[in-house]
Design a protein around this ligand. Structure first.
Ligand code: SAM
Length: 350
């Protein structure tokens, strides 16, 4: 079956059987013409749902302490060369105030699994942000916790939660993480979050060590089963002080292919052009949008800590990546025919 027919089937049926998906991905990873065809349909699909508009989220990377030791991650516990920081409640509220002034209506609190913020302290931070900015959405991205903790934070006012599944293969999961971390628990967390009524985001790194195309097909199948409201994917990029320092990064071609395929599978999903994509090529974010992404997440963290949230080498944190440079971002988006939409940007069923 030619790629053209596979793309047509994906477009009309919003899914492909596993063998056909694997065939399409293999073709698209290797051939620019296949990727271009996917991108054109994905872009058209995104525009039919969102118009030529991009949602923005203010990303507050509030702690780089982490109890975990994921083999790929620059803020893993065993990286003794990381310069650690965590923000106080007052600093976090200040970031939100600045972000609000800049036009952000969603705040994403992301960090390592830092238990120095107790569950109650986090709930108080969430409640205070809501008190200051009742019309804004709060997204959390702080890893694996119990149902009770997720519930406490939901009750305090959190709206959304990002937790990438990283890989839907238990064997591959074990190659990326120490034994203490399991795919089963990650999935438990995602289903708990859904049951509690969070808008949930999942996703994976593209080109992570040992990942096969069959693994990616499995990731797409898991995402279909979970039906998340948000999907975050970006290339794996090595960090010099991790066990994966010598592995090759994920590619632009693979990442753009997957953005387009995900858009065709899930027309309404909130799909960011990620910082990692902007890090591997200077116009990565723009290319991601032209492949079907509809969200960007500029950095709202205090300028003096930004470079310490180093998940991978050369991670972008300035230029259009910085929230205060929102005008630069607007100009870049304008150059490809898009504008920023200043709103909460909730998921909508069609
Ligand atoms: N601790 C939370 C969690 O695990 O979900 C949030 C922070 S974690 C650092 C956010 C995401 O960064 C992970 O889900 C992972 O996919 C991504 N990440 C970590 N190291 C990376 C790397 N070397 N290259 C690309 N992405 C990476």
């Amino acid at each position: 079956m030619t790629s053209k027919l596979l793309i047509q089937q994906l477009y009309t049926e919003r899914q492909l059987p596993r063998a056909k998906m694997q065939m399409l991905l293999t073709d698209a990873f290797n051939e620019a013409s296949v990727r271009d065809e996917l991108a054109a349909l994905a872009r058209q699909t995104a525009q039919s749902v969102f118009g030529a508009k991009i949602y923005i989220r203010g990303l507050i990377e509030f702690t780089n302490y982490c109890r975990n030791n994921c083999y790929y991650c620059g803020i893993r516990r065993s990286n003794t060369s990381a310069v650690r920081y965590h923000l106080s409640k007052a600093q976090i509220l200040d970031c939100c105030r600045q972000g609000y002034g800049l036009g952000f209506r969603t705040f994403v609190l992301q960090g390592g699994e830092d238990l120095s913020y107790t569950d109650t302290a986090m709930a108080e931070i969430i409640a205070s942000i809501k008190e200051d900015h009742p019309e804004c959405a709060i997204t959390l991205s702080v890893g694996e916790r119990s149902y009770a903790t997720y519930k406490l934070w939901k009750d305090a006012g959190a709206d959304r939660y990002l937790l990438r599944h990283e890989t839907a293969s238990a064997e591959h999961y074990a190659q990326l993480h120490p034994a203490a971390l399991t795919l089963a628990n990650r999935k438990r967390c995602l289903y708990d979050l859904k049951a509690l009524g969070y808008q949930v985001g999942t996703g994976f790194m593209v080109g992570s060590p040992f990942q096969t195309t069959a693994d990616i097909v499995g990731d797409l199948a898991f995402i279909s089963e979970l039906q998340p409201q948000m999907i975050g994917i970006g290339p794996f990029i090595p960090h010099h002080a991790t066990p994966f320092k010598d592995y090759t990064p994920g590619t632009l071609a693979q990442t753009l292919t997957l953005i387009s395929v995900l858009r065709l599978m899930f027309p309404n999903v909130l799909l960011p052009a990620t910082t990692a994509l902007g890090t591997i090529v200077p116009d990565g974010r723009e290319q991601g949008i032209l492949a079907g992404a509809n969200v960007v997440m500029p950095n709202l963290s205090p300028a003096d800590v930004r470079e310490n949230y180093l998940l991978y080498d050369n991670k972008l944190c300035s230029g259009a990546e910085a929230a205060e440079a929102k005008n630069d971002l607007a100009v870049r988006l304008q150059s490809i025919g898009y504008t920023i939409e200043e709103c909460r940007g909730d998921y909508k069923e069609s």
